[in-house]
Design a protein around this ligand. Structure first.
Ligand code: ADP
Length: 498
């Protein structure tokens, strides 16, 4: 049941990446989809993000609405341009333009490492958001901030605009999409934030002698969420908490887990225009055509049609369990199966996987780069989706895989644990395969179990259909966010205890 207030909530999403404008990972998918789902529930939603080079190059920024917005950065005032475009069905997107910070090839750094001035870039972004709202007379019920790049907004709101009537009705929510990226910088950079000196403290954003943007968000937000219930438990203890477990225990009463939805408008084998043939749980014939097409596309032999074809679409980062895959690579190729890997990221994995593909061109195809069309073809054309992440806050690819009838093998962690229930042949229930110990041997056992089952077609089709029947549409998750917005606003309206 929705209250009167909820149906007129005004929410600003603050995010460093948003589909279709800029994306390095699942965060962009979330902020690309959640606004529309919230709007369906009666909310008034807008989005704020930096105007990166790619956005300008593709003419996606809309029109300039403010030429010269004064934005503080430390002791300086550096003007920003504000551009306004739209997302999906007319959700306003405010782009913050300051070319010296955002007109770059990458979002956060090159494959060699982070940009040297990320502390400045994202303090500037957060300050620009704080300047933008009053300039547009855009009063909010909730400012919903995503990941460390937006982490200073709750701090500005609470510590610098606490008494400001313009912001008096605004609550803040901070969503952790991945606690491995915290925005940690040297203490010398604290003045860049412009925050009061006493916030450089253990109870503030100080972290092991430096500063931490994510910690600022956690400490100051009215409500904190993360992207699966399991991950919201895991990050309260080491090692998953990455040093922030103590802070999350202190602020644990504010922390909730909401699983990400999937955008079935884009990821649905019944309608997907990027795959060779459409198919559904009722009629799986098209999936075979997709497999054939995938093999051709990546140059693998047609003989693999009746062998298991494993797919991976992933950032090539340690998080994603690639060390386990690397450890098993030789054994895998000896199994007479196919492996297609699409990814980009750390150089060591680029080298490792291109070498593997070179040596085993009959079984292994590797594409290094970001390729949305190929990602769709892999989701549709593979038999098995491999996602052995060491940790996984939510994970989207396994959710897409389920819908495409591509059986996931996962490490039982975070969102992978929450979404992939292991198949139980006796009861005919479950949607995939999983392993608990993060070791090559444990992944190997799960792989062998999956491959064994692949050769029992009726059981295999049962697993595929079980997965295809699962529903991770955004509507459910949006309702959970809405309930928390109500909670945050109510907390804000209550007079402080002191
Ligand atoms: P993470 O956010 O940790 O990268 P997720 O599974 O939550 O992982 O989301 C990854 C998203 O990025 C998915 O939509 C996936 O399809 C996409 N993706 C990742 N790497 C690539 C790539 N190399 N090419 C195309 N899409 C990719």
């Amino acid at each position: 049941m929705m209250s009167e207030v909820a149906s007129s909530f005004r929410i600003l999403m603050v995010s460093p990446e948003v589909v279709p404008f800029a994306k390095t990972g699942g965060l962009a998918d979330v902020v690309g989809s959640l606004p529309a789902a919230l709007r369906e529930l009666g909310c008034d939603v807008a989005v704020a993000m930096p105007l990166y080079r790619g956005v300008a190059a593709e003419n996606l920024a809309g029109e300039r609405i403010i030429e010269d917005l004064p934005v503080s950065l430390g002791s300086q005032v550096i003007p920003a341009e504000i551009w306004q475009g739209t997302l999906g069905g007319g959700i306003p997107v405010f782009f913050i333009r300051r070319d010296e910070f955002f007109d770059r090839t990458y979002l956060y750094g090159t494959p060699r490492g982070d940009y040297f001035d990320n502390a400045q870039r994202f303090a500037y972004f957060c300050q620009a958001v704080m300047a933008l709202c009053p300039a547009l007379s855009y009063r909010l019920h909730v400012v919903h901030c995503h990941d460390w790049q937006s982490g200073l907004v709750p701090a500005y709101l609470r510590l610098m605009h606490g008494g400001d009537p313009f912001w008096s009705e605004t609550a803040s929510m901070f969503t952790i999409h991945n606690i491995a990226y915290q925005g940690q910088f040297a203490a010398e950079l604290f003045p860049v934030t412009g925050l009061p000196g006493n916030f450089f403290a253990v109870g503030g954003m100080e972290f092991w002698g430096g500063i931490n943007y994510m910690k600022a968000g956690i400490v100051c937000a009215d409500v904190i969420t993360t992207v699966s219930p399991r991950y919201s438990e895991e990050i309260r203890i080491p090692p998953a908490g990455r040093g922030l477990e103590g802070v999350l225990q202190t602020h644990g009463h504010k922390l909730h887990g909401i699983i990400n939805g999937a955008d079935y408008g884009e990821w649905n084998p019944e309608t997907d225009p990027l795959i060779a043939a459409r198919y559904s749980a009722k009629n799986l014939a098209g999936k075979k055509r997709c497999k054939r097409d995938l093999l051709t596309t990546v140059g693998l032999p047609a003989g693999l049609m009746d062998r298991p074809l494993l797919g991976m679409v992933s950032r090539l980062a340690d998080q994603k369990g690639l060390d386990l895959v690397a450890a098993l690579a030789e054994r895998l190729v000896a199994e007479d199966l196919g492996l297609v890997i699409l990814g980009t990221g750390e150089e060591k994995y680029h080298l490792l996987f291109s070498e593997l593909a070179r040596r085993h061109a009959e079984n292994v195809a590797v594409r290094l780069g970001f390729d949305n069309e190929l990602a769709h073809k892999i989701e549709a054309g593979a038999d098995i989706f491999l996602m052995p992440s060491q940790f996984e806050p939510c994970g989207l690819n396994q959710i897409y895989s389920l819908r495409y009838g591509t059986v996931p093998i996962v490490h039982a962690t975070g969102g992978l644990y929450d979404t992939v229930k292991p198949f139980d042949p006796n009861r005919g229930e479950g949607v995939g395969f999983s392993f608990t110990r993060y070791e090559p041997e444990a992944l190997w056992e799960a792989l062998e179990a999956a491959i064994g089952m692949f050769h029992r077609p009726s059981l295999w089709q049962q697993i595929m259909r079980n997965g295809m029947a699962m529903d991770f549409s955004w509507e459910n998750s949006a309702r959970l966010y809405l309930a928390l917005y109500e909670k945050a606003v109510a907390a804000r309206r209550r007079p402080p205890a002191r």
